[in-house]
Design a protein around this ligand. Structure first.
Ligand SMILES: NC(=O)C1=CN([C@@H]2O[C@H](COP(=O)(O)OP(=O)(O)OC[C@H]3O[C@@H](n4cnc5c(N)ncnc54)[C@H](O)[C@@H]3O)[C@@H](O)[C@H]2O)C=CC1
Ligand SMILES: O=C([O-])C1=[NH+]CCC1
Length: 302
């Protein structure tokens, strides 16, 4: 008889998942993914159900990592929220399965996983593409992704200045009040962006907020939302994901230079001296390795 699945809530997942563990596992798995060896990794493009009536989507993100013995799927909903809404735009659950028997071994909160693994992947992109002496970090947005990006990027880099902009100034102020370090609240996107070395766009916007002429040449932009800055060398997490799902990449016809995994593998160069954009769509393998890390840590404690 199979054991009951382990159930882990958001608080537990947040506690058990560390950026140090995540970054090295994500680098390894994204490198493997870019080799396209289906005996190692199977990850179809996310299946998405549009919920037009309510401005939302439901996505299913399965992944199988044979060598690591990980079989998982994340179920994630993402909604456009009206200004002032207190609901998060992204909500998720991750299921881990026993790869040999197919039974569910763990069910865990996917919000913390989504927040942390997305920020950890952006941190990998910032390590590869940000200017050598990056002093100014700019974050657009003040939600879950903004917070996780602040946490990991300020942990990894020594910025002299951190700026945040949010469409409602009081939300940016609330974001800053929750943090330990000094952060400047900016009154406009332009004010936040001009002179920044690393820019994170983590808003729900579908119309451009960021314009190329404001961006310092050589800066690195990590984009989580649907707004592509075109005047740059563009990197993605998965070419299939980007060309299937990213409205802005599809519509603009912009050329994708490489996947992050291809830079990790050394098959494409990191053009660090140029202005670079990492367009992040999110991948099932990122959730899979994160969930496995959480379960491993939990098992050590029990
Ligand atoms: N690449 C990836 O793997 C992932 C990407 N995302 C994307 O990241 C973005 C942020 O997600 P969360 O932080 O989870 O959401 P959240 O709901 O916690 O925060 C959203 C933020 O965007 C702002 N915002 C929403 N609509 C806006 C608009 N039209 N103009 C300006 N600001 C606007 C809100 O005020 C808030 O600050 C979303 O676009 C989401 O789809 C989220 C999860 C994973
Ligand atoms: O990868 C992910 O979980 C998501 N990408 C966009 C919204 C949620």
């Amino acid at each position: 008889m199979t054991e009951s699945p382990v159930l882990l809530n958001k608080h537990e997942v947040e506690r058990l998942l560390s950026y140090d563990d995540l970054i090295s596992r994500l680098e390894s798995v994204m490198g493997k993914f870019s080799k396209r060896d289906s005996s190692e990794i199977i990850q179809p493009v996310r299946s998405v159900v549009p919920i037009q009536q309510h401005n939302g989507f439901l996505g299913v993100m399965p992944a199988y990592l044979a060598a690591e013995g990980i079989l998982s799927t994340k179920v994630v909903s993402f909604y456009q929220r009206a200004e002032g809404s207190s609901l998060p735009s992204t909500q998720a659950t991750v299921l881990l399965f026993h790869p040999e028997h197919g039974n569910v071994i763990a069910i865990m909160d996917g919000e913390a996983i989504t927040a942390k693994r997305t920020a950890a992947v952006s941190a990998i992109s910032a390590k590869l593409f940000s200017p050598a002496f990056s002093e100014v970090l700019c974050i657009l947005g003040s939600g879950q992704q903004a917070r996780s990006h602040y946490d990991v990027l300020t942990k990894l880099f020594k910025f002299k200045e951190v700026r945040v902009w949010s469409r409602r100034k009081e939300m940016a102020q609330r974001f800053v009040n929750d943090l330990q370090g000094p952060v400047t609240v900016c009154g406009s996107v332009k004010e936040a962006v001009v002179g920044a070395d690393v820019i994170v766009t983590a808003t729900g916007a579908s119309q451009p907020l960021l314009f190329g002429e404001w961006v310092k040449p050589g800066a690195h932009v990590a984009e989580m939302d649907d707004v592509l800055m075109r005047e740059a060398v563009v990197y993605v997490d998965s070419r299939e994901g980007a060309t299937t799902e990213s409205g802005d990449i599809i519509l603009s016809g912009v050329e994708v230079f490489a996947e992050l995994g291809e830079i990790i593998n050394g098959t494409f160069p990191a053009q660090r001296e140029k202005t670079t954009v990492f367009k992040s769509l999110g991948m099932g393998i990122q959730d899979a390795v994160s969930a496995k890390l959480v379960l491993e840590k939990w098992k050590k404690e029990h």
